[in-house]
Design a protein around this ligand. Structure first.
Ligand SMILES: *Cc1c(COP(=O)(O)O)cnc(C)c1O
Length: 349
């Protein structure tokens, strides 16, 4: 017998398993989690939950009903996943064939590229502008006959920048309708800009658009793994074919349904976040340090010294996210923002 164990598809050789940021050794402001926790209504649901031995409702009907009312869309336009991450996987698995390509900004959220490569598709990376914005013109020019998906992260992770309603509409008008444009709005609830797009309106105009949202960020429910996609019902039905039968846990469905009712909690978090962003902006402006303007719950500072700064902040008790050419700091509680600013002041001098 000289048979080898089965091995992965060749493209797995160029990928690695997800490496989560550090979780110990300081205040964690590296994963854009909600520093203010979650709605008290969630705690109540947890205290009363007992149906441990039963499978979840596979179609998440109660949660679907709530979210459809909340957004003003049909229930058939919604698909739920174990986090928006799983919806990204479902979209890639359903649409991409070897030889196809996707277009995305660089840098952006890592999972679009990851799943494209697993499906044997090519990735066309379009650099963001010098201040961290999607370059929609260049993204349009990257389209060819093999393009299946364009990923638009709005606001973009990790740069925090956003695309206005006007900019996005102009882009969507140009993109051929055979290409799916996914608007990943994991941070949309944080956006305060008056011209931030109303994506539910865009869905009515462009049937080739899909929107992703999550309960992991402003709702503060990352541990439960609940996210969803909104799109045209035909596409949603196709995605549903590949969905695992019980992909969202009962408890996840229940806490998400409770959280979406507590609009006060969400509003309050958005206000505190905007105040935190301002703390940083005021500091960077006063020091002449350049940063990417953010509409999200984090701020990106381009720097050649990312690693060193990350190290120094960690020594000072704060874990942030280090990238090749910058650092990303999740907006925290006011006192933590202040403490980080003081550390940055000693670092930047
Ligand atoms: C956090 C994040 C997600 C995924 O979050 P889930 O926890 O899987 O719902 C998706 N897109 C972006 C841009 C994110 O930052």
């Amino acid at each position: 017998m000289n048979e080898k164990l089965p091995i992965a598809k060749p493209q797995f050789g160029q990928l690695h398993a997800y490496v989560p940021g550090k979780t110990k050794g300081g205040v964690k402001l590296s994963a854009n989690e909600n520093p203010f926790g979650h709605s008290p209504q969630v705690t109540e649901v947890l205290a009363n939950f007992q149906a441990f031995s039963k499978y979840p409702d596979g179609s998440a009907s109660l949660l679907k009903e709530k979210v459809s009312q909340f957004l003003g869309v049909e229930a058939g336009q919604l698909i739920f996943g174990a986090g928006a991450d799983e919806v990204i996987q479902m979209i890639s698995r359903t649409l991409l064939m070897p030889g196809d390509n996707i277009i995305q900004a660089n840098p952006t959220f890592s999972q679009y590229e990851h799943h494209a490569i697993i499906e044997g598709a090519q990735v066309r990376n379009v650099p963001v502008t010098s201040d961290g914005f999607h370059d929609l013109g260049a993204m349009y020019h990257a389209i060819d006959e093999k393009t299946k998906i364009i990923w638009v992260c709005n606001p973009n992770n990790p740069t925090g920048t956003y695309l206005s309603d006007v900019a996005l509409n102009a882009f969507l008008k140009q993109v051929p309708s055979r290409i799916l444009v996914v608007l990943d709005e994991a941070y949309a609830e944080y956006a305060t800009a008056k011209d931030f797009p109303n994506s539910m309106e865009l869905l009515k105009t462009y049937p080739n658009v899909m929107v992703l949202r999550t309960f992991s960020k402003i709702f503060g429910l990352a541990s439960f793994r609940v996210g969803y996609g909104v799109g045209n019902p035909e596409l949603i039905s196709s995605l549903d074919v590949g969905r695992l039968p019980f992909n969202v846990s009962t408890i996840g469905q229940l806490v998400a349904a409770a959280a979406i009712d507590d609009t006060d909690f969400v509003k309050e978090c958005a206000v505190k976040n905007a105040e935190g962003l301002k703390q940083y902006e005021d500091f960077f402006n006063s020091k002449g340090i350049s940063y990417n303007p953010s509409q999200a719950n984090f701020i990106f500072i381009p720097t050649g010294q990312a690693k060193e700064i990350g190290q120094k902040l960690e020594t000072g008790g704060y874990i942030i996210r280090v990238f090749k050419d910058g650092i990303r700091i999740t907006i925290g509680k006011p006192e933590d923002n202040q403490a980080i600013i003081e550390l940055l002041e000693t670092i930047f001098g």
